[in-house]
Ligand binder design. Structure first.
Ligand code: NAD
Length: 277
């Protein structure tokens, strides 16, 4: 079984640095696909209430027979559930669907600054953690001003900020803020969501050829060697296996630097400052 490295969070808990994400995994297929991931060795699953597939994730976890303390499960509070009571209700519903009495990590999915509820919601997240329903709490898609507003209102620093991050969108400012304040960074869309020709870019293709691996494996390795927590998504058992088979080679300093140089401000998802979904 592949030994996955862990990252120590600011609350003392450990998170497996490589996991499996289930955004856009069809709810009807989720149990089978997450079962494939667990069989391939993944123990960290990243879902969200809005994905509509928490039930399938829960079914796969239950069927696997893997002890709870060997699993790391993340879910996220959807935007329409921001606010105190709705957040407290939302975690209960997520836990029911997952068939769990706690998640390892609960995230505010988007700041939605237009709603102006994320500071109040953060206080509810603290209550959820204190009640033992989430071992760690964090945020997703938060920019520095959003994080600073939380810091002004609460002494509890998010354990995680989960943000869009891939070689042409490297989020240096948020990573520097995270490093300074003890907020670990998770990459969503780590493979650029397949929305541009990441795998054909010269430093990635060259490194893949040099190590005899695939471009996807090079990109995952770049995230891991950059200290980022990553959970690529795939529906295919073959790619699920490929994406975890990344511990038999190491990118050189020059290969890392060449990929670092691809940063181009190329956001492929929504801008958290203006998103209104
Ligand atoms: P991703 O970058 O992981 O891209 C997934 C796509 O890459 C797949 O659909 C597949 O087409 C392709 N792919 C995967 N493995 C491959 C391989 N080995 N070779 C070639 N192509 C391959 O994008 P994602 O799914 O959006 O991001 C990963 C996870 O991040 C999600 O599943 C979800 O858990 C999380 N996420 C969070 C947010 C958020 O707002 N917090 C937003 C999007 C995604």
């Amino acid at each position: 079984m592949t030994q996955i490295p862990t990252v120590k969070l600011n609350d003392g808990h450990d998170i497996p640095q490589l996991g499996f994400g289930v955004f856009k995994v069809d709810p009807a297929e989720t149990e089978r696909i997450v079962t494939d991931a667990l069989e391939a060795g993944y123990r960290h699953i990243d879902t969200a209430a809005i994905y509509g597939n928490e039930q399938g994730v829960g079914a796969a976890l239950a069927k696997s027979g893997i002890p709870r303390d060997e699993l790391f499960v993340t879910t996220k509070l959807w935007n329409s559930d921001q606010g105190t009571q709705s957040a407290l209700d939302a975690i209960d519903l997520s836990l029911e669907k997952l068939g769990l009495d706690r998640v390892d990590l609960y995230l505010i999915h988007w700041p939605r600054p237009d709603l102006d509820l994320y500071v109040e919601t953060w206080a509810a997240m603290e209550q959820i953690r204190d009640a033992g329903k989430a071992t760690s709490i964090g945020v997703s898609n938060f920019h520095v001003p959003h994080l600073e507003k939380l810091a002004a209102a609460s002494s509890v620093v998010p354990a995680i900020n989960q943000i869009e991050l891939h070689p042409t969108f490297q989020q240096r400012e948020l990573r520097a803020y995270g490093a300074e304040h003890g907020i670990a960074i998770e990459a969503w869309g780590p493979l650029g969501q397949g929305k541009y020709d990441l795998f054909g870019m010269t430093p990635i293709a060259d490194a893949a050829a040099a190590h005899g691996v695939t471009p996807a494996q090079v990109v995952i390795r770049w995230h891991l060697q950059s200290g980022i927590i990553v959970f690529p998504k795939s529906n295919s058992a073959e790619r699920i296996g490929e994406n975890i088979d990344v511990f038999g080679f190491e990118l050189t300093g020059d290969q890392m630097a060449a990929i670092d140089a691809l940063d181009a401000g190329n956001r492929v998802g929504a801008d958290p400052d203006t998103a209104t979904f």
